[in-house]
Design a binder for this molecule. Structure first.
Ligand code: C2E
Ligand code: CA
Ligand code: CA
Ligand code: CA
Length: 281
């Protein structure tokens, strides 16, 4: 450590330097990836437990870094958020997912209500022109707004609640739906929940995983479902990985689920094939 005078020291840590350099390299690489169209959207079905069919999909971004490398969000989302690149990436995902859904609505006219859920980062949500940008994408893609669900996390929704309430109201006025993602993992906010104009709570998969090993897990999921019912909200359980999860969720009256038991997130083409299959049943 070198002294900066009276009681102040700066720690020089070569490890930190390398970290900063590699983040900068990643940032530059991500910029190029955006420019060169290396991102792809995968889609994971959301299933109606009572009817058994696909009622929607969640759009999940991946980075096709090279022919052999597919990078998952945990490899780039945090850097994209820190550098602001998520603003461009997020809008790209919104546009891409909406255009794809418009195509599916045409291709599969028997599922006009099929919804597309899109993750919105806190930084996007905080932009002054976020609502305008969403509106522009709706207009340009021609998607029916009520088939779009924007997923925001609990922490986004609960910070600066006046601003949040205004933005949510304006989004609702556009006709889109709002889901709270990873519900139960943020700091709780039950006092405000009824003031937001929400449609859906998504139960975080950590709670569904706990269905395996404890009565407590069951109670947590049941409590979230009771809460949702009292507020008139839909519930989607995430991370349904096996038949037992599905049976338990169904028994508790959960209406929608998403998870590897049904399908992993897949490319648009593979999701088309699933919709095709469903149409033939
Ligand atoms: P998330 O929004 O909670 O998305 C669900 C994640 O759970 C996905 O991971 C999905 O592949 C995974 N998952 C689904 N079913 C199961 C299951 O049964 N078991 C297990 N173990 N996992 C399951 P993925 O695609 O790696 O995405 C991770 C996170 O990255 C997302 O979590 C979301 O927070 C973020 N993300 C993904 N795409 C976007 C995007 O376009 N924009 C933003 N802002 N964030 C995104
Ligand atoms: Ca999500
Ligand atoms: Ca989630
Ligand atoms: Ca999550």
């Amino acid at each position: 450590a070198k002294s900066l005078g009276k009681g102040r020291f700066e720690l020089y840590d070569p490890g930190m330097h390398e970290l900063a350099a590699s983040r900068l390299a990643l940032e530059n690489r991500l910029r190029r990836a955006l420019h060169e169209n290396e991102f792809v959207v995968h889609y994971q079905p959301i299933i109606s437990l009572s009817e058994g069919g696909i009622v929607g999909v969640e759009a999940l971004v991946r980075w096709r870094k090279s022919e052999t490398e597919l990078v998952y969000p945990d490899g780039f989302i945090s850097v994209a958020e820190e550098t602001g690149l998520i603003l461009f990436l997020g809008m790209w995902v919104l546009r891409e997912a909406c255009s794809t859904m418009v195509r599916w609505h045409k291709e599969f006219p028997r599922t006009p209500e099929l919804t597309v859920s899109i993750n919105v980062s806190a930084l996007q949500f905080a932009q002054n022109d976020f609502v305008q940008q969403v509106s522009k994408v709706l207009r340009e893609t021609g998607i029916r707004p009520e088939t779009v669900s924007l997923e925001i996390t609990e922490s986004v929704s609960m910070t600066n609640s006046e601003h949040t309430m205004t933005v949510l109201a304006r989004l609702r006025a556009l006709g889109v739906r709002i889901s709270i993602d990873d519900f139960g993992t943020g700091y709780s906010s039950l006092a405000y929940l009824h003031r937001f104009q929400l449609d859906t709570l998504k139960i975080d998969r950590s709670f569904v995983a706990q269905l395996d090993d404890s009565k407590e897990g069951l109670h947590v999921v049941q409590s979230i479902m009771d809460l949702a019912q009292n507020l008139g909200l839909n519930v989607v359980a995430e991370g349904a990985e096996n038949a037992r999860h599905v049976a338990q969720l169904t028994a508790m009256g959960c209406e929608f689920a998403q998870g590897f038991y049904y399908s992993r997130p897949v490319e648009a083409g593979a999701l088309s094939a699933l919709l095709e299959e469903q149409g033939q049943q």
